[in-house]
Design a protein around this ligand. Structure first.
Ligand code: FE2
Ligand code: FE2
Length: 251
């Protein structure tokens, strides 16, 4: 028998409950930080995929409108508490009080979903839909997990003084801080001393070489597929290359 969407969702609910239980019992220290990070990633991945493959479907049916809105408001309420916890010292006064608040919100929300919302959704969705949505939810949930874990690595490395120093190198060609930091993470994972060595060299060239301004304009132009003769000429100082025959290439 194929898995239904509700079975897949309940599996993540159990992970959330277990992580919350461990977090509530944790003492000040790295384990507490790690548990909070795991819970934060689990909540965010589950919420995103649940909103896409359960709530978005049920919102389309009049019978599901009010309860979907309530549940989405719960998600938002929990996100605010999580964001607040992230900005505070986990050893500080009041941090665990906020975790308790999150725990109450979370347990109420999961109970409501499992005992009320899933029953209602079960009447709205057909059996083939429940199975098809389970597959889509699983794929998206796994992808979100990986993405959030990568972002977490990048964030923690970006906080490293060497990573900050590298990021200030002016000609870094990476498009965003997180992609640059991810390269640093990969490099540092292969060799823990790499980050310091790269910082000492003073170039952010983990996966690339610094390029000059016109190179970057060419790259941007290619990416946006500006037309030489069209209205969206990129205005770069470089020479445009001729457009490819199929109209897709060219600078
Ligand atoms: Fe859920
Ligand atoms: Fe939920």
């Amino acid at each position: 028998m194929s898995e239904t969407l509700f079975e897949a969702l309940r599996e993540s609910h159990e992970i959330q409950r277990a992580l919350m239980r461990k977090l509530m019992r944790s003492k000040v220290g790295q384990l507490r930080i790690d548990l909070f990070t795991q819970l934060r990633i689990e909540l965010a991945a589950h919420e995103a995929s649940e909103e896409r493959y359960l709530y978005a479907q049920i919102l389309m049916d009049d019978r599901g409108l009010d309860s979907s809105r309530d549940a989405l408001a719960d998600h938002h309420k929990m996100d605010i508490i999580v964001a607040d916890l992230q900005t505070r010292d986990h050893a500080g006064r009041g941090w665990m009080q906020n975790v308790k608040k999150l725990s109450m919100e979370l347990h109420d929300h999961l109970r409501e979903e499992e005992t009320i919302f899933f029953q209602l959704s079960g009447k709205i969705l057909t059996n083939p839909q429940k199975i098809a949505l389970a597959k889509k939810y699983r794929t998206d949930y796994t992808r979100m997990h990986k993405k959030l874990e990568r972002d977490e690595d990048a964030r923690s490395w970006f906080g490293h003084s060497s990573a900050r120093k590298l990021w200030s190198v002016p000609d870094c060609l990476h498009g965003s801080a997180s992609s640059c930091a991810r390269s640093l993470v990969r490099s540092a994972q292969k060799d823990p001393t790499a980050l310091e060595e790269i910082a000492a060299r003073g170039e952010c060239d983990v996966a690339h070489q610094p390029r000059d301004k016109s190179d970057r304009e060419q790259e941007r132009c290619r990416t946006q597929r500006h037309s030489v003769d069209g209205p969206r000429d990129c205005g770069g100082a470089h020479k445009h290359r001729p457009r490819a025959k199929d109209g897709s290439g060219g600078g």
